[in-house]
Design a binder for this molecule. Sequence first.
Ligand code: C2O
Length: 492
Amino acid sequence: MSNGSQTVRVRKNAQQLGNGQDDLFWYAKSVAELKSRLFNDPTSWRYQAAVHGYNTAKDPDSGIGPFPRSQDQERFWSQCQHQTWYFLPWHRGYLAYFEQIVADAVVKVGGPPGWALPYWNYSGQNPNSRLMPDAFVNPTLADGTTNPLFVDGRNSATNDFQLSDQIVSLQSLSHSPFAGDASGSDPGFGGPQTAFSHFGGTSGLLESVPHNVIHDAIGGLMGDPETAALDPIFWLHHANIDRLWEVWTHRDVSFVDPTDASWLTGVTFELHDSTGAIQSYIASQMLDTTAVLHGYAYDDISDPLRANPALLAFASRIQLMARLPHPPHLVATSKVPINLKVPITAAEVVFDKQTVQAAAQSLQALPTPRPPRVYLNLENVTGTGQPGTYEVYIDTPPPGQEPRPQNGYFVGLMSTFGLEAASRPGGPHAGSGLTTVLEITEQVQHLRSQNRWDESRLHVLFVKEPPPQMAQAMVRARAADVSVGRISIYYH
Ligand code: C2O
């Protein structure tokens, strides 16, 4: 692979690094160097993190200047794209310029040219892949100096974040299309079609899991987009998410990026390069990694789903159902907002008979009638703090009776990453919060086959994902107020 005469950088698995003077070693050296730069230098550690998100109240170095000019803060900070189909291309450009900045710093501190950002593949076959790479864990290095890759306040003081199968699930890779629908049905692999979107709305499938829930699981600076990029593990997490986009586009010829002009060229993003000069990019420049900036590739983009026949069979059943277009029908809603103050909360969703009938008639009228695809929407989730992730179950005992997940079906995870930014009334989404869409088609078909799918009401259960033992006290101290504005069900 080459970009002109230059060989592209190869981003490597961090779990296979950490011995000797490799990319992880030089990462630590240059993070220290970037941390020593002044805040008004666009190539400094703090400025780079502020490009993702910034909030004075949450800045651990708040008050330490010199601050960039306020018009620069407005233009270049808090740019990260979430709950949108720009999530992947925006972060790809952000990472590429960061990689260039670090690579220059590596040379400056005496390292080799061509440094590449390593990735953390927490979903690997080996259970040890779920451990945060060792280099990030100890506050001090062997020689007694401060470890630049360590930050305080993560949910685990060891590298064991107890990432469950559900948190590291790669089910999103089986899903196409890329672009989602923002109106209650398919959120898409890459996110719903929107304009520039800093926070608020519906996350695409890859953004939800594993992206958002890994942020929740690590917590601390990583648990909030307004501080996340201050934790050096952020960049390795995002290199992995970026790699999974590559895996997705290469695993099936029918899995393609959007071709709409609005996605390819519609929004221009700005940031700074390693010389401090202003640069801009659009999504169409982010499609071929070997042509992004200096050019890069991953050491492994093989398809991890080949080992999972059950998931592949599920995916092809669902893809078949997608062939016949049909408008989504809102068939059920909860009647009151649901406060998730306690670790297990039950809620009830009530169906509307007329829309259920209308949806059934419309599906019957298709050239080949098919059952509905069913989407559970957890809408307008607002609140404060870092409540973390909730497991969601359906067909559980009604509210008032003892809520028990064992009696229901697990249908997915609901992250609260970015909750505060999405709840702020002044924000671009006017504080309307986060929405998670979970497809429950298979579970509903199963219930139907047992005559247990009751189209009058459905009980939904939220169970707080248990935080790692070591940090329970700390998580409680940050505990949070969170409520789901509405639960709804769409037949599509
Ligand atoms: Cu823009 Cu992982 O966040």
